[in-house]
Design a protein. Structure first.
Length: 158
């Protein structure tokens, strides 16, 4: 439970810090090359979900993210595995990072746009919260494929 909370709070802090820095130092429509054309800082405000899909459904996306965050907290009481704790922490921190944007950013509560600013070639512009949620998904699949249960026990193959 401690590892889950530490990872979740670290991701939430890094997400909010980097978004604040992006808003302070970047101008929409003026990308900045960081590592050649491989990584750019490119500030946008995303009203939708991943890849800007679902624009106009922000309240529903917010509700789903809140349910996911609450579900992760509920299930975290059963964690007995480092892998699951890290995955749940990444998922929680990332979900809450984007929930805060949707609730507190313009244009209005529960219609707020998520701050995205990291861009790589042939991919959507994203943020630290998005990276955490994606990493969590990979870890969740790996833990499942390895047969590791939430409580840390290993499934016995028949």
């Amino acid at each position: 439970m401690v590892l889950f909370a530490a990872v979740g709070l670290l991701i939430l802090f890094l997400d909010q810090l980097t978004k604040a820095l992006a808003l302070e130092h970047l101008t929409p429509g003026e990308p900045v090359n960081v590592i050649g054309s491989f990584l750019k800082f490119n500030l946008i405000r995303n009203s939708g979900a991943a890849f800007s899909l679902g624009a106009g459904y922000t309240p529903y996306i917010s509700a789903i993210q809140i349910i996911v965050a609450l579900g992760v907290v509920y299930l975290s009481r059963k964690l007995g595995s480092v892998g699951w704790a890290v995955a749940f922490g990444l998922l929680f921190g990332g979900a809450v990072g984007n929930i805060l944007d949707r609730i507190f950013r313009e244009p209005s509560p529960f219609h707020g746009h998520v701050v995205d600013f990291l861009q790589t070639p042939h991919w959507a512009i994203f943020n630290v919260a998005d990276m955490a949620v994606t990493s969590a998904a990979v870890l969740l699949v790996l833990q499942t494929l390895r047969g590791i249960r939430l409580d840390g026990t290993k499934e016995i193959k028949k």
